[in-house]
Ligand binder design. Structure first.
Ligand SMILES: N[C@@H](CCC[C@H](N)C(=O)O)C(=O)O
Length: 279
């Protein structure tokens, strides 16, 4: 099986192209094997790209633990670059069919290379039952959560996938590996949660580290950056457009007042092509 290794700000993926609809159970098993950092290729996720009847291409994303996720911003940018440069799409605007519906991407390219990719990440979902978060009320803003003998305050946002955004004193030094797994699987999050630890610097700048559901700590999370911007606006700490500093680099995120949709802009990169030999 041919594959391509790509990354979006260090959030790395194995991309496989199939000319037919994939068997999701088979890809879930493959994700565990291929993403393993010691006995496989090593990646945060496996992405299968295939033809779509309603869009320029379809894609499904599996976390390294084999779970199928609804949304992945960094994988969207990688697939956009892959389609633009490898599937001869070479259009500067096209649509991708994902688990959460059709998403539009715009490619800023030169000499046939996609340099910057903007993705319509959709409207944020804030109702607790739709994130999902166990909570009463219309929204979950700065709600307490007790975990491992400590108390945190989180804002719940779904970007298609669930996020809990927690403000901390210094995200760059925060022990993500300690608290991430405890919060990911907390009983308040029935589908588990991605957890973002953030420090706001100004209305247009924030540092974010992330513990991803089904993966662990990663160098970047596109949907997490979108959730952080939305949480920052709801908390009165961010303007509707900000730069999110991640371990792997920066993303520009905008929550449009005009259409309530969140737009993410950033890079994607090829690493290498290979062939997977099944055991
Ligand atoms: N890295 C991603 C999100 C991947 C999915 C996530 N782990 C989940 O299970 O929801 C991104 O860039 O958005």
């Amino acid at each position: 099986m041919k594959f391509t290794k790509m990354h979006g700000l260090g959030n790395d993926f194995i991309i496989v192209y199939q000319n037919h609809t994939p068997n999701l159970e088979e890809f879930s098993r493959l994700a565990v094997q291929m993403c393993h950092r010691h006995t496989g290729i090593g990646a945060d996720g496996l992405v299968v790209v295939y033809p779509s009847e309603n869009a320029d291409a379809a894609m499904r994303i599996f976390n390294a633990d084999g779970s199928l996720t609804e949304q992945c911003g960094n994988a969207m940018r990688c697939v956009a670059k892959y389609c633009y440069e490898r599937l001869s799409a070479l259009k500067d605007e096209f649509t991708l069919e994902t688990k959460v519906g059709l998403q539009t991407v715009w490619v800023d390219g030169s000499l046939g290379k996609a340099e910057k990719i903007r993705v319509d990440m959709g409207e944020p979902v804030l109702e607790p039952s739709r994130i999902p978060v166990v909570a009463t009320g219309r929204r979950v803003i700065n709600q307490p959560v007790e975990a491992g003998g400590a108390q945190f305050y989180f804002t719940g946002v779904s970007m298609g996938n669930p996020h809990a955004v927690i403000e901390v004193d210094d995200a760059s030094r925060f022990p993500v590996e300690k608290w991430g797994p405890i919060l990911e699987t907390h009983r308040l999050f029935p589908n588990k949660s991605n957890v973002e630890f953030v420090t706001f610097h100004s209305p247009s700048e924030v540092t974010m580290r992330v513990w991803e559901r089904g993966v662990g700590q990663t160098m970047a999370c596109g949907s997490g950056a979108c959730a952080t911007l939305v949480a920052g606006v709801l908390l009165g700490k961010l303007a509707r457009r900000a730069v999110i500093h991640l371990l792997g680099g920066d993303l520009e995120i905008e929550w449009s007042e005009a259409d309530n949709r969140v737009y993410m802009s950033g890079p994607a990169a090829f690493v290498y092509d290979g062939v997977w030999l099944p055991a």
